[in-house]
Write a protein that binds this ligand. Structure first.
Ligand SMILES: Nc1ncnc2c1ncn2[C@@H]1O[C@H](COP(=O)(O)OP(=O)(O)OP(=O)(O)O)[C@@H](O)[C@H]1O
Ligand SMILES: [Mg+2]
Length: 343
């Protein structure tokens, strides 16, 4: 532990192991890996597993694989669901970063969602160590997001960060370098995609792939009424006839499909505000709420939250990279790291 603080080497890394995306930040080089958390595994005739693709290349295979290849999303709701695949993916990224240089094994800072169990935290540590790291240090994800969003977390004032990721929404109130209150629900962008799949199936008898649903969400999805109605032609398979079919979906329909998931996000924020100690709540009235994570990019989520809470709501710069940049910044701030690390 002491050695860790004595001096980090230049190959020390910060890792955001997200449900949807994995990002790695190298000291002095910023974000060096930004890939979907997806692994394709091939099984030969003897049943031996071999990683055949990782990241973007593996994600493109989703829903399109022949027998013998399995595409795995090894994280679920912010925690490890498939240990082997997570460590194989990380090993691939670490090797890629080392290239043919023979660097010593990196020391790493990795984020975990707030409120996960000790067993889940230990699994993250083990996976990163198995992948080739020398040491692993854990930081809670909303703390990373708050640092990455440039919130003045060391001051004695309340800062509220809401990170809407692929698998979780996490809310935290931070003051004096500590999390005063945190709330986390297993609702995020992936639940939104599922909601679109369900809606289109019910309304049009059309089966969509999850990638198509995500695309619909990003292109014409919204949390609150938009100025103009947008339409998108989508392709899927007819439930009844089994044949490929095309329908036109508009932005009002997509908002309706997303409504339940979006209100779960709003409710989490509301409950968190209710439970925040009064002095800090008063600070949040002045400073507002900052959004990070990919879900923050859902059109008009900020508008809806502003309307529902009556508070100022801002989206962090580059919200999807806020967490990894935040934990990455602690590579240079050992005093802060000592205070905020959870183990
Ligand atoms: N423009 C957009 N509109 C709506 N959603 C978006 C947009 N861009 C990305 N997303 C969604 O953001 C999610 C990914 O966000 P992010 O990378 O922050 O998650 P993660 O860190 O992997 O997950 P978690 O923190 O929950 O483990 C995906 O569900 C993706 O569809
Ligand atoms: Mg995340």
């Amino acid at each position: 532990m002491l050695n860790w603080f004595k001096g980090l080497l230049s190959n020390d890394l910060a890792i955001d192991l997200g449900t949807s995306n994995t990002r790695i930040y190298a000291r002095g080089a910023e974000v060096v890996v930004n890939e979907p958390t997806v692994v394709a595994v091939a099984r030969d005739h003897t049943g031996t597993r071999r990683v055949s693709a990782v990241g973007r290349a593996a994600k493109e295979m989703l829903g399109r694989t022949p027998t013998g290849i399995e595409v795995i999303r090894p994280m679920r709701n912010g925690v490890i669901a498939d240990f082997e695949s997570v460590s194989a993916m990380l090993r691939y990224f670490l090797r890629m970063l080392q290239g043919n240089r023979s660097l010593s094994a990196p020391r790493t800072i990795v984020c975990v969602p707030v409120g996960v169990t000790e067993v889940e935290k230990r699994a993250v540590k083990e996976a990163v160590l198995t992948a080739g790291a020398r040491e692993v240090f854990l930081i809670e994800e909303p703390m990373g997001a708050a640092i990455g969003a440039d919130l003045p977390i060391t001051e004695p004032s309340g800062n509220m960060i809401v990170d809407v990721g692929g698998g979780r929404t996490e809310v935290a109130v931070i003051s004096l370098s500590g999390i005063v209150f945190a709330n986390s629900v297993r609702v995020g962008g992936e639940k939104m995609d599922e909601a679109i799949v369900q809606y289109v199936k019910r309304r049009y008898n059309l089966l969509l792939g999850e990638q198509t649903a995500e695309d619909v969400k990003m292109r014409i999805g919204s949390a609150y009424e938009t100025e103009s109605l947008e339409e998108l032609e989508i392709k899927g398979r007819d439930v009844v006839g089994g044949v490929p079919k095309t329908v036109i979906l508009d932005s009002d329909e997509v908002r309706e499909a997303l409504a339940e998931t979006v209100s779960a996000v709003v409710e989490t924020v509301r409950v968190s505000l209710e439970r925040t100690p009064p002095e800090l709540a008063a600070d949040i009235v002045d400073r507002g709420i900052v959004l990070s994570g990919g879900g923050a990019l859902l059109k008009n989520l900020d508008v809806l939250l502003r309307q529902e809470t009556g508070l100022p709501v801002m989206i962090a710069d580059d919200p999807m990279n806020a967490v990894v940049r935040g934990i990455g910044r602690t590579l240079d701030k050992l005093d802060l790291l000592k205070i905020i690390a959870v183990s």
